[in-house]
Design a protein around this ligand. Structure first.
Ligand code: UDP
Length: 380
């Protein structure tokens, strides 16, 4: 296929990311598969990105992630400086068939403002936008600009202006969802796992109470605000409480963390993360927000660990109740479901992930959307 796509990753982190980096991870997973399908990829990112691509565009030498703590107008200023570089590049050449943009709000607005002189653009929404309608204002003049969600439920909750420009959704994928039948089966341990940022929306407090109720060990893995290790958080003292996720952890979760039945291990990565996930008896998602995409959900299935969750956000799209996990609308029922989860088949979880959530499936779907966006842009 002869298609040249400018993939706009933004200025925040290199691709692949050095550690945390949801959006940059999605791009690092997607791009090699697109190139395998014959798509030429021009990556707009920071100079330190190492992802193999056909060409690069960058304004900043390194990721500007630390600047995200600054006031919002300064954050926008950095995004705008990066986007000005992208727009300059687009004006200077005529071989870009489509821009695939991932820069929240500012990216879409800037590309829409190019009007008819801009290339067709697909902007991927990565967040739950229901509570932030103002972030995306009007898309007037942006007829060549379309959006996609990472789940149907995320799109259904998105502001009207975005839904009017939507071409559908593409579920997230994981490179772990390959060769599922050939990978050795890890021994299952006793523990339940909650993998994710410690945050009220992810419901670690519910999970911790539930572990004491059913008497199963629970491992909480993930950062608390900017703190990746228990020792780092302890050393930060009272100042750390300025962060709302730290306050949530200290007030609502830590009282249940006894270091024995319930443990917080901090951020896990690489093989340690995969082993912890693969050996868990179930992954818990006691959600209190509408999970938009759920990378950790598909990772859990790919590693053969069934999911027990509240049926919020994208969970009912990703999990087949009774096959790959157990879902309930009622938080009080999670305990019973955890007990029943041992009956679910780990191999079935891996097989479903290898059919539905591979990088190849995601790339194929994006190529279809690219074609649709180009068709819409060329329609009279
Ligand atoms: N993650 C990780 N180590 C941790 C906690 C989370 O590697 O200790 C990864 C997790 O495997 C997933 C990502 O962070 O790839 C979180 O993405 P998800 O969509 O589940 O949640 P988000 O944080 O974007 O709401």
């Amino acid at each position: 296929m002869s298609l040249t796509v400018l993939m706009n990753a933004g200025p925040w982190l290199s691709v692949p990311p050095p550690g945390y980096g949801g959006i940059e991870n999605v791009i690092a997973t997607l791009v090699p598969e697109l190139r395998r399908l014959g798509v030429r990829v021009v990556l707009a990112s920071v100079e330190s990105s190492t992802l193999p691509v056909d060409e690069r565009v960058s304004v900043f030498p390194d990721g500007q992630f630390a600047a995200l703590q600054r006031p919002y107008n300064q954050v926008c200023g950095i995004a705008q400086a990066h986007l000005a570089g992208v727009v300059r590049e687009l004006h200077a050449r005529d071989d870009i068939d489509l821009v695939h943009d991932h820069v929240e709000a500012v990216g879409l607005a800037t590309l829409a403002a190019m009007g008819p002189s801009g290339p067709p653009t697909l902007h991927t929404l990565h967040w739950d936008l229901a509570k932030h309608p103002a972030l995306y204002g009007s898309l007037d003049g942006g007829e060549r600009v379309r959006v996609n969600g990472v789940s149907a439920s995320q799109l259904a909750r998105a502001p009207q202006a975005l839904r009017e420009h939507s071409v559908g959704h593409v579920h997230l994928s994981t490179p772990l969802a390959v060769d599922a039948d050939r990978r050795p089966r890890p021994e299952k341990g006793e523990h339940l796992l909650i993998l994710g940022r410690i945050n009220p929306g992810k419901g670690q407090d519910v999970g911790a109470r539930l572990a004491h109720q059913v008497g199963f060990p629970l491992v909480l893995a993930g950062p608390v605000g900017p703190y990746h290790r228990p020792a780092e958080l302890a050393a930060a003292g009272d100042e750390a409480r300025q962060n709302p996720d730290v306050r949530f952890f200290l007030d609502e979760v830590a009282p249940h963390v006894d270091g024995d039945l319930v443990r917080w291990v901090g951020t896990v990565a690489g093989q340690e993360r995969d082993d912890l996930l693969a050996s868990a008896r179930a992954s818990l998602f006691p959600l209190r927000w509408e999970e938009p995409g759920g990378t950790a959900v598909v990772e859990s299935l790919a590693l053969g660990t069934p999911v027990v969750a509240t049926a919020r956000g994208c969970l009912p799209e990703l999990i087949e109740h009774g096959r790959t996990g157990l879902l309930t609308a009622d938080e009080e029922e999670l305990g019973e479901l955890v007990l029943a989860a041992d009956l679910l088949d780990a191999d079935e979880c891996r097989r479903v992930a290898a059919q539905r959530f591979t990088p190849a499936v995601m790339a194929q779907r994006y190529v279809e959307l690219y074609q649709r966006v180009r068709q819409l842009a060329s329609a009279p």
